[in-house]
Design a protein around this ligand. Structure first.
Ligand SMILES: *Cc1c(COP(=O)(O)O)cnc(C)c1O
Length: 481
C-alpha cells in the first residue's frame, strides 16, 4: 500500500511506527499476489483464510458489477437477488468465459477471469507436483463433473476427426468409441450422451486382477475402421479388481493406427503411479486428453473437472476450450483457486504422501479382518487406490444385505459386487455388472484409500466390518437348534 496513505494515517490518526508495520503487512499480502501472477504456480506454503479473502475481494472489485458507480442496463449484469448467494460467491457474479471460448476473458469480469486463469495455472502445477511430466501449456478447469467433461471432450474430438477427414467420408461417419469396460454408468453415458456408439472391450482376468485386453482393442480398431472411430477411451483409476488400463501400450497402438486416445483419470491425480503412467503414455504414444475430477482429487465440492494433455499433442484441449458454448459458472474454478491457495505446494505434497501410506495401512488392516473371517484380499497390484476383499460368506445368500448392513452402520463408499447381475446402461446390456467383467468369479466388496482418508477412518471401518461380519453370519446362518 501506498506511501501517501501511510502518510495520511500517521498525520491524523496513528503513530507512524505502527502504521509502517501495518503497511508492511499490506505490502506482504500484495507481494504474495504479485508472486502468484509472476510464477503462475502454487505457492510454497498455503495462505490463511484472511489472506485469501483479501485477494478474492481485490479480484471481486475488479468485476463491473462491483464498480462503485456502475450502472448496468444490459440483460446480463451479474444481478443477484439474494445476499446469501452474493456472499457465497464473493460478489463475483459474472461467471467466466464468453460466447467464443471458456477461457476468453469475460469483459465484464476482469477479476473473475483472473481468478479462473490463476486457478488453471495452479491446477496445472498441482498435476505436475503430483507426478505428471511434460504437461501441455494448459490445464482446463471446467465447471462440469467428469462425465459431462468427457462428453464435451468426445464431442469436440468428433468434430476434429470429422473436419480432418480428407473428403470422401460421409460427414456424419465418425461416431464410434472403443471403450475399455469400467462398470460405472457415467462412463457409458459420457459417450452415449455425445451421440456415440460404444464398442465395449472387456478386460482379461489375470489371477484376481482385470487387465486391459490390448489385442481386442487392436482387433476392434481394424473391425470398426479408422474412418468411423472417434477415440479409444481408457481409464486409470477404477474399482478393484480392475487395474489401471495399460495406457502406455494403448497410446502406442493409437499412435500407430492414427486413432485418438482419451484417458479417464477420474481420481488418478492422487496417485503418483497413475500420474507417472499417464505421462509415460503421452511420451511414448498418442494421448489427446486426460480428464480428472476436481472433487475426487482436490477435496472441493462436486462440480468440476480438469482436462490436460502432454506437450506433444495439445490440439484437443484447445479445441475443447473453444467449443464450450457460452459463459460458465465460476464456482468450480473459484473452489479450486481458494483450495490450491490454501493448500500450497507443501500441504498438497503431504496429502499425496499420506494417501500412499494410507493405502498400505488400509490394506494391512483389511487383510487382518479378512484372515479372521476366512476371507482374503484380492491380489490387484495394478490398482494403487482401490482394494477388494472377498465375501465368500455372502456368496449366493445375500451379498447386498452385507452392503446395506455396512451402510446402516454409517460406512459409506464400499461397494458389494456379486456375480450374475445384468444391467442395461445407455442401451448396452452388461453381464456381471459391477465387476467390469461378464464372468468374474468372486463375490467381494471394495474400499478406496482416497486422498483425505485418515487412519482413524480405517480403524473405525475395520471395527464396523468385524461387527458386520459377525452379525451377518448370525443372520444368514440357519438358526442353530
Ligand atoms: C467418478 C467417476 C466418474 C463420474 O464422474 P462424475 O464426476 O460424477 O461425472 C466417471 N468415471 C470414473 C472412473 C469415476 O471414478
Amino acid at each position: 500500500m501506498d506511501d501517501d496513505l501511510v502518510a495520511a494515517f500517521s498525520a491524523n490518526l496513528l503513530s507512524k511506527s505502527y502504521v509502517n508495520q501495518g503497511a508492511q503487512s499490506l505490502r506482504a499480502h500484495d507481494k504474495v499476489f504479485a508472486r502468484l501472477l509472476a510464477n503462475r504456480r502454487m505457492l510454497g506454503r498455503g495462505l490463511n483464510d484472511v489472506a485469501i479473502e483479501f485477494l478474492v475481494h481485490k479480484l471481486s472489485v475488479m468485476d463491473s458489477n462491483n464498480f462503485i458507480d456502475n450502472v448496468g442496463v444490459g440483460e446480463r449484469e451479474g444481478r443477484v437477488f439474494s445476499d446469501m448467494v452474493r456472499r457465497r460467491c464473493y460478489s463475483m457474479t459474472h461467471g467466466i468465459g464468453r460466447s467464443g471460448d471458456i477461457t476468453a476473458e469475460q469483459p465484464k469480469a476482469c477479476g473473475s477471469s483472473a481468478a479462473h486463469a490463476l486457478a488453471q495455472c495452479m491446477a496445472r502445477d498441482a498435476l505436475r507436483l503430483a507426478g505428471m511430466r511434460d504437461l501441455g501449456k494448459r490445464a482446463l478447469v471446467l465447471p462440469l463433473a467428469t462425465g459431462m467433461t468427457l462428453t464435451l471432450v468426445l464431442s469436440s474430438l468428433r468434430l476434429m476427426v470429422r473436419n480432418s477427414a480428407d473428403g470422401g467420408v460421409d460427414a456424419a461417419a465418425p461416431n464410434v468409441v472403443i471403450w475399455c469396460r469400467l462398470d460405472q454408468k457415467t462412463c457409458v453415458k459420457a459417450a452415449t450422451c455425445a451421440g456415440l456408439e460404444i464398442v465395449v472391450i472387456e478386460p482379461v482376468l489375470n489371477g484376481d486382477q482385470l487387465d486391459t485386453n490390448v489385442h481386442a482393442i487392436e482387433r476392434a480398431i481394424e473391425d470398426v475402421g479408422v474412418d468411423r472411430l472417434v477415440a479409444v477411451v481408457t481409464s486409470t483409476s477404477c474399482f478393484a479388481p480392475r487395474a489401471c488400463d495399460d495406457v502406455e501400450t494403448v497410446a502406442k497402438l493409437c499412435e500407430k493406427k492414427n486413432v485418438a486416445h482419451v484417458i479417464n483419470n477420474a481420481y488418478g491425480v492422487q496417485s503418483r503411479v497413475l500420474c507417472e503412467r499417464v505421462s509415460k503414455a503421452w511420451t511414448v504414444g498418442r494421448v489427446d486428453a486426460v480428464v480428472q475430477s476436481t472433487d475426487k482429487n482436490f477435496m472441493v465440492p462436486v462440480g468440476g473437472a480438469v482436462v490436460c494433455c502432454g506437450k506433444r499433442n495439445e490440439a484437443l484441449v484447445e479445441a475443447v476450450a473453444r467449443n464450450y458454448p457460452g459463459r460458465a459458472s465460476a464456482s468450480a474454478s473459484m473452489d479450486m483457486f481458494i483450495t490450491l491457495l490454501s493448500m500450497g505446494e507443501e500441504h498438497w505434497l503431504r496429502l499425496l504422501d499420506e494417501r500412499e501410506k494410507l493405502y498400505d495401512y488400509m490394506h494391512a488392516e483389511l487383510s487382518k479382518v479378512a484372515e479372521e473371517e476366512g476371507e482374503r484380499m484380492l491380489r490387484t497390484p495394478g490398482n494403487p487406490i482401490s482394494m477388494a476383499m472377498t465375501l465368500s460368506c455372502a456368496r449366493g445368500i445375500s451379498p447386498t444385505m452385507f452392503g446395506s448392513m455396512l451402510f446402516s452402520r454409517c460406512v459409506s463408499g464400499t461397494r458389494v459386487v456379486a456375480p450374475g447381475e445384468v444391467k442395461t446402461v445407455g442401451g448396452i446390456e452388461f453381464h456381471g455388472f459391477g465387476a467390469s467383467h461378464s464372468a468374474y468369479p468372486e463375490t467381494y466388496f471394495t474400499a478406496a484409500a482416497a486422498i483425505g482418508t485418515t487412519r482413524a477412518d480405517v480403524d473405525r471401518f475395520a471395527s464396523v466390518l468385524r461387527k458386520t461380519f459377525k452379525d451377518f453370519k448370525k443372520k444368514s446362518q440357519p438358526a442353530a437348534a
